[in-house]
Design a protein around this ligand. Structure first.
Ligand SMILES: [Ca+2]
Length: 241
């Protein structure tokens, strides 16, 4: 908890601030006494700066406490943060990496390696993202946005896995929908909901095939240089259903 008026932290573990991406002010009120619903974020993320919120605390003259919300869900969307995502592969010479995948900007993109070797793709999940949640989900769906200036390496088959330990994965669904296959550059694609018998904190979004026609397969041997099959995405979104 933090007292904004005195600017002191109480009982907050000394860990990377990105592990606490969202702050919810539960008891804040404005000068009229109206309840304020305010969220803010730690420094290296892109949401509201905490400094903007201190005005309200000064206005009331009262201490304001707030809670840390590890997984911020708004209208069903789980706000993905960089600290929640492990990408088995990201291209360092094209695209903006994982940050570009979750920045809300549909004009930039994440790209898997091409030309240079991909050394850790998976024979079942292809090139994948592992998402670590603090709050387990038993029903969820993904949405993504095709790269805005090209649909030449869009996903054409997606494999969803879940895990209870982040190590041992269970495949729960494979999608190759008409929406995926017909998606134009810049299109937003909604995948069907995934329903599990129990809730899981670890989700895997695997891309096992793409429309790219270069040599190889995303689930196969990409371990050598050359124009190998690749995939890219403008944005990835997760929703709790
Ligand atoms: Ca983006």
């Amino acid at each position: 908890m933090k007292n904004v008026t005195s600017n002191t932290w109480v009982g907050l573990p000394a860990v990377d601030a990105s592990e606490y991406p969202v702050v919810r002010f539960g008891v804040a009120k404005n000068w009229r006494g109206d309840d304020l619903r305010v969220v803010a974020t730690a420094a290296d993320e892109k949401w509201i700066n905490l400094a903007e919120l201190m005005v309200y605390a000064v206005g009331t003259g009262a201490p304001v406490t707030f809670e840390m919300v590890p997984d911020y869900i708004e209208e069903g969307q789980v706000w993905l943060k960089q600290s929640m995502i492990y990408a088995c592969n990201s291209c360092s010479h094209d695209g903006g990496g994982v940050p570009a995948l979750i920045d809300g900007d549909f004009t930039n993109f994440w790209h898997s390696d091409w030309y240079y070797a991909v050394t850790n793709n998976d024979p079942e999940y292809g090139i994948y993202f592992d998402i670590t949640l603090k709050t387990a989900l038993d029903k969820f769906h993904f949405e993504y946005v095709v790269r805005s200036n090209s649909d030449g390496a869009k996903p054409t088959q997606i494999v969803i896995g879940v895990s209870d330990d982040g190590t041992n994965w269970t495949k729960v669904d494979t999608f190759a929908t008409a929406d995926m296959l017909n998606a134009a550059a810049g299109a937003r694609v909604k995948l069907p909901a995934v329903t599990c018998e129990s809730a899981h904190k670890y989700l895997r979004f695997g891309i096992s095939d793409s429309s790219n026609t270069d040599t190889g397969s995303l689930t196969g041997d990409l371990n050598f240089d050359g124009y190998k099959k690749c995939v890219n995405l403008a944005e990835l979104m997760l929703f709790a259903d």
